[in-house]
Design a protein around this ligand. Structure first.
Ligand SMILES: NC(=O)c1ccc[n+]([C@@H]2O[C@H](COP(=O)([O-])OP(=O)(O)OC[C@H]3O[C@@H](n4cnc5c(N)ncnc54)[C@H](OP(=O)(O)O)[C@@H]3O)[C@@H](O)[C@H]2O)c1
Length: 371
């Protein structure tokens, strides 16, 4: 048989597939995403025939339509102006630019933005996001989002919501889609709490470690957001729903590490009274065991809290602020499937959002490689 490649006429270069992109939330993750898109844009055009066009950016108060961005839309010194943020106007503007695909990247942590997803998806606008609010928020809203996506075919991807850049949601999805059955999920889903309990052995007061994490920027501006366990509970709800369980935040048994008397009040007051955590936390230490903050989903029950583990347990050996997720399934029954690595940080989280965007483009027919 003749070599088909040698006899073929040179392939005509088709017009690029234009992806119109709108960014909601140009904060730490959103800015890192823009930087990654700028770097990758020439390669995507060359190898995948895909042209990324940044059409608009919005924060909570302003939006920039047709903003200046030399690398992502060829505009510079376009006398860009902002106007008051209006999310529906913003989405309609991005969707009206004439590209083959419209994708909104929600890099906020806002319920107000999550409230718009169903409408955007119904209008054929794809959404990629590390924002946990939709996938862990009210079930009624989550159902409306799923229905809108099914009806229009527009995609919602949210890999960055659990484990930042680690392939956690996708791994669970792939296991279930290929017929495996989930037995249990066990995870260390907070980089901050992993960091704290990797160090807490009683040699230093717990409050000193929280202060250090705060000073190093490992903890949230208000460390109660980490210590309350609610962020981890949100991630567990996301995994539970991915596994087909109609779970809500209220269904998760969450052990807060914040004493009731410190739960209210401003951050400064909380930081001043932090040593009130020391005695209760020291009382949790056990000789011959290690303390870890663990999220568990088993037999439909979801719990989040401190556990004393055997020093031989895999969670006892995680490094620094690693996230670890163990999927015990029918296939992975003797030895669970483990996903482990850095589970926070703007760069890795932005990369998850970027990969979700490429997944949307791939599903819509854009080639992922040069061929
Ligand atoms: N940073 C990480 O390591 C990490 C890891 C995993 C997941 N995530 C998730 O990624 C998301 C972004 O995190 P981040 O660290 O980048 O936060 P961030 O720096 O605080 O940025 C949040 C951005 O969202 C914008 N925003 C807030 N409410 C909005 C609204 N109603 N409409 C439009 N924009 C709004 C903010 O604008 P304003 O300045 O106007 O408020 C800001 O630009 C969050 O959902 C977070 O949970 C972050």
């Amino acid at each position: 048989m003749a070599n088909a490649l040698s006899t073929q006429a040179p392939r005509a270069i088709a017009d690029p597939i234009v992806v119109d992109l709108g960014l909601v939330g140009p904060g730490k993750v959103g800015s890192a995403l823009l930087a990654q898109l700028r770097l990758a844009a020439p390669r995507l055009l060359r190898d995948c025939n895909m042209q990324l066009r940044l059409r608009a950016v919005s924060d909570s108060r302003h939006m920039w339509l047709d903003c200046d961005d030399d690398a992502l839309n060829g505009r510079i010194h376009g006398a860009q102006t902002w106007r008051p943020a209006a999310l529906d106007e913003f989405a309609a503007y991005v969707a009206s630019r004439g590209g083959q695909l419209t994708v909104l990247a929600d890099c906020s942590a806002s319920d107000v933005v999550a409230d718009r997803y169903a409408g955007w998806l119904a209008a054929g606008i794809h959404v990629v996001t590390p924002n946990k609010r939709a996938a862990s928020g009210p079930l009624e809203r989550w159902r409306r989002i799923a229905e809108a996506s099914h009806a229009s075919g527009a995609r919602l991807h949210y890999e960055g919501t659990v484990g930042a850049g680690l392939p956690v949601v996708r791994t669970l999805r792939d296991l279930l889609d290929t017929g495996d059955e989930l037995v249990a999920v066990e995870g260390m889903l907070s980089g901050t709490l992993a960091w704290l309990f990797n160090r807490f052995d009683g040699s230093r007061p717990f409050s000193a470690l929280v202060r250090e994490a705060h000073a190093l920027g490992y903890a949230e501006p208000d460390p109660r957001d980490d210590l309350s366990g609610m962020d981890v509970a949100r991630k567990l709800v996301i995994l539970a729903r991915e596994a087909g369980l109609a779970l809500s935040l209220d269904d998760v048994g969450v052990e807060s590490l914040v004493p009731a008397e410190l739960a209210e009040g401003d951050v400064d007051t909380f930081m001043k009274r932090l040593d009130r955590l020391d005695a209760p936390m020291a009382a949790r230490l056990r000789p011959g065991g290690v303390l870890r903050h663990v999220a568990t989903l088993e037999n439909g029950r979801a719990t989040v809290g401190l556990r004393v583990l055997d020093p031989a347990h895999a969670f006892a050996h995680a490094r620094l602020s690693d996230n670890v997720v163990r999927f015990a399934t029918r296939r992975y029954c003797d030895n669970a499937l483990v996903v482990q690595g850095p589970g926070a940080g703007p760069e890795v989280t932005a990369a998850a959002v970027f990969a979700d965007l490429l997944r949307v483009a791939g599903a819509m027919g854009v080639k992922r490689c040069a061929c």
